[in-house]
Design a protein around this ligand. Structure first.
Ligand code: G3I
Length: 373
């Protein structure tokens, strides 16, 4: 073979190799890879549900077997005014889940955030009393969880009820009703859909004081005979928090009290930060030093993110008998909330698919962890 022919053969082989790699990569599906371990899913947003983001939708269909509504079922969009419900966006979510045969998670019946001010006020515009608020909560849960009875499979009944020290957050729910608002919410949800799984969902539960608070809260519900099926560790992680050991012990501690454990809002923030929590009320000023990857994530940072995902997923795989579900908070880096919080307009890279919908090194690293045991 002359030199020219050899070059052509080598070049053709190289093209075939690249094509095969690309095809093989496209063919890898997280839901297949982890099918014997746990459900794997993503949050979906209105842009996707209304059919405007076809790229993300095709990734969701190929890769995931469970979906969570990122915003559509929160009080503000679904019940914006007294006696006014808007179910259109939430109906799209449920149609999407049904059509694609996915486990659907309703997020969330009760939260301190994204709840309109009127909910906590009486006719005179003063603070509502306990009875009024309990009645409103009951009606809301009946209407929302009741509408999707036997369709939405699990509900984040109460979201983020704890402070970092493990005491109950002084939300309007807590101030007006008192601490039994949590038990009431779970009872009402169970009444609205007895078959649905019911979860308590929060961030930073990997930190001991808050985790202890959650364990106390869950044990109390259990001792009162109130149905609670699982705890959601939101999983808004950083490059250096939590440690793999912290995640492992957190999963084991919740498993020991007899409930399902799930990672419900997974993403890894690669940008510099000051606070470690996912507290939505925190904001920061925009400064260049907090937005270092405006022009793309360098290869070294891609690699570190892949290693970080690998370390955390190894823990999830090792705890596969306890971990019931792992849900990412978004499909591609483009639509992640971390581009807007705590500083609006930064470029973040927290997920497994890049802005063009291509799997990142982190995707491959996650897939590899499925083979560790
Ligand atoms: O839909 C309205 C739109 O009509 C309006 O024009 C626009 C103007 O700002 O706002 C749109 O609503 C935004 C909504 O996202 C939908 O995009 C809200 O302002 C914005 O605050 C909201 O942010 C969401 C945030 O929760 C607050 O609800 C994020 O998308 C969502 O990712 C984030 O998710 C939370 C979980 O629910 C709980 N755990 C923490 C997690 C991250 O904060």
């Amino acid at each position: 073979m002359n030199k020219k022919k050899r070059i052509i053969v080598l070049f053709t082989a190289l093209i075939c190799f690249i094509a095969a790699e690309l095809y093989a990569q496209k063919d890898i599906s997280l839901k297949e890879v982890f099918k014997d371990y746990f459900l794997i899913g993503t949050a979906v947003n209105h842009f996707q549900l209304s059919g405007n983001d076809t790229l993300a939708v095709s990734i969701v269909k190929d890769q995931f077997n469970t979906v969570t509504a990122e915003n559509e079922l929160k009080w503000e969009p679904v019940h914006p005014r007294l006696n006014v419900y808007n179910f259109e966006p939430a109906d799209l979510f449920v149609e999407f889940g049904k059509k694609n045969n996915m486990f659907m998670v309703g997020h969330t019946l009760l939260w301190h955030n994204q709840t309109p001010a009127w909910v906590f006020k009486n006719d005179q515009g003063e603070s509502a009393d306990r009875e009024t608020l309990l009645k409103r909560m009951h009606e809301h849960i009946q209407k929302v969880a009741g509408r999707y009875k036997a369709q939405i499979n699990g509900w984040d009944v109460v979201n983020e009820a704890l402070d970092e020290d493990g005491t109950l957050r002084q939300s309007q729910w807590m101030k007006i009703i008192g601490e039994d608002y949590i038990a009431k919410a779970f009872q009402y949800a169970n009444e609205a859909d007895p078959e649905a799984e019911l979860y308590y969902n929060d961030f930073s539960l990997e930190n001991k004081p808050k985790r202890d608070g959650a364990v106390r809260l869950i044990k109390k519900l259990q001792s009162q005979g109130i149905k609670i099926d699982g705890v959601g560790l939101q999983g808004h992680y950083k490059m250096d928090w939590p440690s793999a050991a912290q995640l492992d012990s957190t999963i084991k501690e919740f498993a020991a009290i007899g409930i399902k454990v799930m990672i419900t809002e997974l993403d890894i923030d690669v940008l510099p930060y000051k606070d470690i929590s996912a507290e939505i009320t925190l904001t920061m000023d925009n400064q260049d030093k907090y937005d270092p990857y405006k022009n793309g994530l360098p290869d070294s940072a891609q690699k570190s993110l892949a290693e970080r995902y690998s370390d955390l997923f190894k823990v999830l795989v090792q705890n596969k008998n306890t971990v019931d579900r792992v849900t990412f908070w978004g499909v591609t880096d483009k639509e992640s909330w971390l581009n807007y919080w705590p500083i609006p307009g930064r470029k973040n890279y927290p997920l497994l698919f890049d802005r063009e919908g291509k799997p990142k090194q982190a995707f491959d690293a996650v897939v590899k962890t499925s083979k560790i045991n």
